[in-house]
Design a protein around this ligand. Sequence first.
Ligand code: NDP
Ligand code: MG
Length: 384
Amino acid sequence: MNIKGIAVLGSTGSIGTQTLDVVRAFPDRFKVVVLTCGSNAELLVAQALEFSPKAVVITDTAQSDFVKSKLHHTSISVYSGMDALEEVVQFEEIAMVLNAIVGAAGLRPTVKAIASGKDIALANKETLVVAGELVMDLARKYQVKMLPVDSEHSAIFQCLAGEETNPIEKIYITASGGPFRGMNRSLLATVKKEHALKHPNWVMGAKITIDSASLMNKGLEVIEAKWLFDLEVDQVDVIVHPQSIVHSLVQFQDGSMKAQLGLPDMKLPIQYALTYPNRLQNSFERFNFLDYPQLTFEKPDLETFKNLALAYDSLRKKGNCACVLNAANEIVVDSFLKDKISFLGMSDVIEEVLAKVNYLARPSLDDYIETDYMARRIAKEIIN
Ligand code: NDP
Ligand code: MG
């Protein structure tokens, strides 16, 4: 059996640590070549000592000496800074890069990995939100696989297995609705980060948990799906499904629908991306129908949760709009977590930033990076 060399970008996060759980369960299948984090030096060192990668990257340069001192007795190379991510993804021992960095910071490493011919397992949805067209064009050019880790996109990808010659009529991305489902705007005006950080069905990093509460996560997922599956905007629909058991659905041209179901556990889509096209035996908890006598579905409320409407608008306008949306969102989420802005204030700022950043119809990678920078700057000016 071939051992697959993998790089895990963002290995200290929610998806990163669950990826290493999967890898740990299949020691004869995978060899970890690279591990990276932002600033969690202690955990990065512990992971490095367990998995003995060729290299680790800590992007926070202030922590680099600490990591070096802890690993100096090993043969593991220690890099630091953002540029190092683009260097290490090119190692020839790597067959697949699993990108679990949070935010637009994941874009450049994904682009470099594709251009080096690596298959991509993508949790970092922001890569496709910011530059979906460019990234998918590159993936086709370099003939690399883009394997979704996001549970909804993994579900659609699984439904499409064996359907290569059958066009999609429509996809339905399911949404739990988050902790504030059913609330009106006057109630939402009073919610605090402690409430927003309690997701009913999933335990995730802070940014995506806030995005889930504000429905921006679903907006980002609509954009991600459009590029990943090469669809028109109107072919991507969202349906609220509070139990998070049906992970998403595809409707074909004969009206037939396929859905993928399972308990909400990210290890399953992570494992499928790592082992695709194979399904390997594991000991994950199995779904029991009797625990879920009712699976329910409802319409999303785009008037109360404006972010989902803003995401659809940005996608329709194309160009650098979704890049602006994403950058502004990263700033407002960070500000909300620091109690500098209210829950509803987040969409207001995003809307204002969208109106202020110059529109570019066909941005290059550098244009996206410039747009990202400008949108962040304007968002910060509005908030401060
Ligand atoms: P976390 O915040 O838990 O982890 C993020 C990881 O990225 C950490 O390793 C972190 O390092 C690192 N990191 C953070 N900022 C930077 C940066 N600027 N440059 C380089 N590395 C950085 O996030 P999640 O694991 O929850 O999410 C990761 C991605 O996966 C996101 O795009 C999210 O939308 C997506 N996703 C997550 C799901 C989930 O269940 N968590 C589900 C579906 C998609 P450090 O620990 O040092 O801060
Ligand atoms: Mg998702």
